[in-house]
Design a protein. Structure first.
Length: 323
């Protein structure tokens, strides 16, 4: 499946060329603030001396998902991208405007719903357009790092496109605690890459505007597993051993049947049994106490951390493996 002759040759981004054996930081200007301050997207390119795959690693597609940015930042500091074979293109923060405004969006537009973009469209659309035109055209596959949102904490997991056998193989190599297929979303980055025959893994870990150490650790280790598999990094790099990834085949959101104050009694990532109490919803006067129970045996891989719940709110994501 990955026996193709990878040929990472000279990589060219915005007119700058990175030859074999070279590394370079490229700053791509995307816009200016009303004050005139330039806004730039940093792109690191690590081009090995020997032929191998070219991988895109990106964080901050949604500006408030800071865990994805921190994960990549730590790998840069630890020099985990010392590449001997193939090429790694690293974008720690794609959505600079969202990051500055603690927002998922860029000027009110979701970049991850703006692909393939347009060079004459909104800022989000233009960023999507040049991202595909300048960066993605160079890569063989990509890992897109995300978190949960709106107080929802995702336990470390890898999502891939069901129709893409290569992406599923990469998901097994990454070896996150959980892995699952997910549908393609129109105008998303993964959907556009799929159209261009580029497999994409989506790593989900933690929640927006929060750092989650477990997710950061699992994301780094999974990325190193990919780089090690393709012999892109030195064998001396230590990767902690992890249990085999649990492949989720059936999943559903458990939703609140009443409104109230919400508290959990289990931890994210726990294995649970049918009928087990997962949490409680209580009114503010202490007169009601509704127990939230597991609908089937499975694993909890996302929890809503917001304590004030309305009827119908998603509070637990539960899945089971039938493999």
């Amino acid at each position: 499946m990955f026996k193709k002759d990878f040929k990472n040759d000279v990589v060219e981004i915005r007119g700058q060329k990175i030859a074999l054996g070279e590394s370079k930081l490229i700053k791509i200007t995307v816009d200016r603030l009303p004050t005139g301050t330039l806004i730039e997207i940093p792109v690191y390119v690590f081009n090995g001396e020997k032929a191998g795959p070219t991988i895109l690693l990106q964080g901050g597609l949604h500006g408030d998902e800071v865990n994805s940015i921190e994960l990549i930042r730590r790998m840069l500091i630890d020099k985990s991208y010392k590449i001997y074979r193939g090429c790694v293109i690293v974008v720690p923060l794609l959505n600079v405007f969202g990051f500055l405004n603690f927002s998922r969006d860029m000027h009110g537009k979701d970049v991850n719903r703006s692909f393939p973009g347009s060079k004459r469209g909104s800022l989000a659309s233009r960023v999507a357009y040049y991202h595909m035109k300048e960066l993605v055209k160079n890569v063989d596959f990509a890992i897109d790092f995300h978190t949960g949102g709106a107080q929802r904490n995702n336990f470390a997991q890898i999502r891939y496109t069901l129709q893409d056998d290569r992406a599923k193989k990469l998901a097994h190599i990454f070896n996150a605690p959980f892995m699952m297929s997910s549908k393609l979303i129109p105008k998303s980055f993964r959907n556009e890459c799929y159209k261009n025959n580029i497999p994409v893994l989506v790593f989900e870990g933690g929640e927006s505007l929060r750092l989650d150490e477990i997710s950061i650790e699992k994301g780094i280790n999974g990325t190193l597993n990919i780089l090690r598999y393709f012999n892109m990094i030195h064998k001396s790099v230590v990767i902690p051993s992890m249990d085999k990834s649990i492949e989720i085949t059936t999943r559903k959101w458990i939703r609140a049947k009443i409104a109230g104050m919400f508290s959990t009694v289990i931890k994210n990532g726990d294995e649970v049994t049918k009928g087990q109490i997962l949490g409680h919803i209580m009114d503010t006067y202490g007169e009601t106490n509704y127990a939230v129970k597991a609908p089937f045996d499975g694993f909890i891989f996302a929890i809503n951390n917001f304590p004030i719940i309305n009827m119908g709110d998603a509070i637990f994501h539960i899945g089971k493996s039938e493999i």
